[in-house]
Design a protein around this ligand. Structure first.
Ligand code: SF4
Ligand code: SF4
Length: 265
């Protein structure tokens, strides 16, 4: 599902208002076990991809080739990668097994939040306000169980908190591109693929292109960016916002224009 379509889909569902609860439990042995792990139309975020790749010990190039289908959004020209299902009639997820998810600890954020959908909007104070929606599919028997959750307690229980900072930032970048009303250039789209979805390649690009000669990053952070993909992804978003929106609030150039030959917008 396109990210805009995701927002529209969520808006069509009943909202789980703050403090309101729903009943749900999912476990091996429930009669519908694994029924929700097929025929998915799911956009993977950069953080999802980074976590899944780490669990599988795969390079970004191999991961994107094997487990995703990429395209550029028709309105923004921004690269989007969707989760690839198997080619058979059932279109199952490649990671589903009789015992459950093979990458459970690093499953995508949308899998964690299910059966809730989560949407965010700016809260007017520099942060985001979140809304939860209940995705009540007829085949899901988990709603008949006794366990009771609010949106916030489900989010914490499922370990989604680790995903919020990066995913919310990603959604902010997508919505800002859309607000600006003009598609990104092919060159910037290519750079977004590198910086957001191919973090291992981006780390090599930083060294090869001597990126730290052009932006203000202290030595400690430079090392962390090159050593740690999560830190590199946060830097990639800073860098992308600098390149695309000329936003210097998080990253500043060293007095040279950010429009170098490798990153011209
Ligand atoms: S359909 Fe619902 S209860 Fe069944 S496995 Fe999926 S999430 Fe769990
Ligand atoms: S990643 Fe895991 S939880 Fe998500 S659809 Fe695949 S098997 Fe199911």
């Amino acid at each position: 599902m396109h990210t805009d379509e995701t927002q529209e889909f969520l808006a069509s569902l009943p909202e789980l208002e703050e403090g309101k609860t729903y009943h749900f439990k999912c476990y091996p042995g429930i009669e519908c076990f694994n029924a929700c792990c097929s025929d998915l139309d799911m956009v993977l975020t950069p953080y999802d991809i980074m976590r899944m790749r780490a669990a599988l010990k795969m390079s970004s190039i191999d991961f994107l080739r094997v487990y995703t289908v990429g395209h550029r959004a028709s309105d923004t020209n921004f690269p989007i990668f969707k989760f690839r299902m198997t080619d058979d009639a059932a279109r199952t997820c490649a990671f589903v097994t009789d015992k459950g998810c093979r990458i459970y600890n690093d499953r995508p954020g949308a899998c964690r939040m299910y059966p809730l959908g989560r949407a965010t909007k700016p809260d007017g104070k520099g942060g985001v306000a979140e809304q939860f929606f209940v995705v009540k599919e007829p085949h899901c028997r988990g709603f008949l169980e006794k366990d009771e959750w609010t949106g916030a307690s489900w989010k914490n229980d499922q370990g989604f908190q680790e995903y919020t900072a990066s995913n919310d930032r990603y959604m902010y970048i997508l919505s800002k591109i859309k607000q600006e009303g003009r598609p990104v250039s092919d060159k910037m789209s290519h750079m977004a693929t590198l910086a957001m979805y191919k973090i291992d390649e981006f780390q090599r690009f930083i060294t090869k292109m001597r990126l730290f000669d052009r932006v203000e990053v202290d030595e400690k952070r430079q090392k962390a960016i090159l050593d740690n993909e999560q830190v590199a992804l946060a830097f990639a978003m800073d860098w992308f916002e600098l390149m695309l929106f000329h936003d210097t609030s998080k990253l500043k150039t060293k007095g040279v224009t950010p429009r170098g030959p490798a990153c011209k917008s």
